[in-house]
Ligand binder design. Structure first.
Ligand code: TYM
Length: 355
């Protein structure tokens, strides 16, 4: 089976609709077809100022939400990044292969640091994408693991090119994935074939869900106003209200038009992704019915999707022991893979073994 790895930050009290459609739904689907590793990236969460008690709570809520969305700890390895110290260790090595200018070109860093100002911007925020590359490359399948399904079958030990490492993410992660590929290739070139350059798995249509109040901007934990964002754990009442009040245009036709109707286009994308109906079919269904009915139906669809996830999350949070067991199992499985990769890396780089 090909391998899949992805991560999410525990930086809010709930994941949001963009996280769900852009990434998390794919995580759940891919656990059945891939050898899956999914982590809650708490090391990334401290690149901005944080409160320790809040981080601890959000990390648990994050894990509970992932399980409530359908990740099964038997089928997928669900773990917390800080439980596997190799992530930070590999990040150091990769940092020593990254150009200063190269890291400085990351647009997410430029956006976030310009908001924080020079005084509030940490070195951790600057090296963030290198840690992300480490998260991914640590789980590079070894020869014989993670083979693509090639018709006719490839037995034995496929060469690196045959090994697959897929990363389901939203559009905003594309540049970080590209850096990860470059670093994998650079390491391999200098020290011998070790890492599998990952493939971004970015779904057309749901890869950039936008803010309900500012439909040109990404729906974002850090940048959106509460009215612009739908939280997975939100109560149905406010959820409906936010969708009914979502910014649209002065027209009345439910049609896809990125330029002139960014608001309706975003809502159509959300509807299509949740319902499995194509956008042209939705346009036909709502021809002549105006925005009100369309929004009402969409609100119902969102409520129906998230209400059971919310209930299961709350139930899971009541059973702390069960969550701890899941995390212990995840940490053990992830550590097994990470330790082997890191052993190879230390050797290739030239560190002397402990004997
Ligand atoms: P994070 O925590 O910001 O977001 C988690 C996932 O949600 C996607 N996403 C969106 N997709 C569509 N529309 C949106 N409005 C939207 N907002 C967020 C993100 O693209 C992401 O897939 N750097 C990563 C976390 C990370 C990671 C990794 C990801 C750390 N290590 C290794 C993959 C592999 C981030 O900040 O995601």
């Amino acid at each position: 089976r090909p391998r899949v790895l992805s991560g999410i930050q525990p930086t809010a009290d709930s994941f949001h609709l963009g996280n769900y459609l852009g990434a998390l739904r794919q995580w759940v689907a891919m656990q059945d077809t891939h050898d899956a590793f999914y982590c809650v990236v708490d090391l990334h969460a401290i690149t901005v100022e944080h409160d320790p008690a809040v981080l601890r709570r959000r990390t648990k809520v994050a894990v509970a939400q992932l399980l409530a969305m359908g990740l099964d700890p038997e089928r997928a390895t669900v773990f917390v990044q800080s439980h596997v110290p190799e992530h930070a260790e590999l990040a150091w090595v990769l940092g020593c292969l990254t150009g200063f200018g190269e890291a400085g070109r990351m647009t997410q860093f430029k956006d976030k640091s310009s908001k924080q100002g020079t005084a509030g911007t940490t070195v951790g925020l600057f090296t963030y994408p290198i840690l992300q590359a480490a998260d991914i490359l640590l789980y590079s399948p070894e020869p014989g693991e993670g083979a693509r399904a090639v018709p006719g079958g490839v037995g034995g030990r496929p060469p690196t090119g045959e090994r697959a490492l897929r990363v389901p993410v939203g559009e905003d992660q594309r540049q970080h994935l590209e850096l990860t590929r470059v670093l994998a290739q650079r390491f391999n070139h200098r020290f011998g074939e070790t890492f599998v350059p990952p493939e971004a798995h970015i779904l057309q249509g749901a890869a950039k869900i936008t803010d309900l109040q500012e439909p040109e901007a990404k729906m974002s934990k850090s940048a959106s106003s509460p009215q612009g964002i739908i939280d997975v754990l939100e109560e149905p009442g406010p959820m409906r209200k936010k969708i009914m009040r979502a910014v649209t245009d002065t027209g009345s036709e439910v049609v896809h038009d990125e330029e002139k109707k960014a608001g309706i286009t975003n809502l159509l994308r959300i509807y299509a992704a949740l319902d499995g109906t194509s956008i042209p079919d939705l346009e036909r269904r709502y021809a002549g019915s105006g925005y009100g009915q369309f929004k009402k139906d969409l609100a119902q669809l969102v409520v129906d999707t998230f209400a059971p996830i919310r209930e299961r999350t709350l139930a899971l949070l009541d059973d702390e022991k069960q969550l701890d067991r899941v995390l212990a199992l995840g940490a053990e499985r992830a550590s097994g893979v990470a330790a082997r990769t890191m052993e190879t890396v230390r050797d290739r780089v030239g560190f002397v073994g402990r004997g």
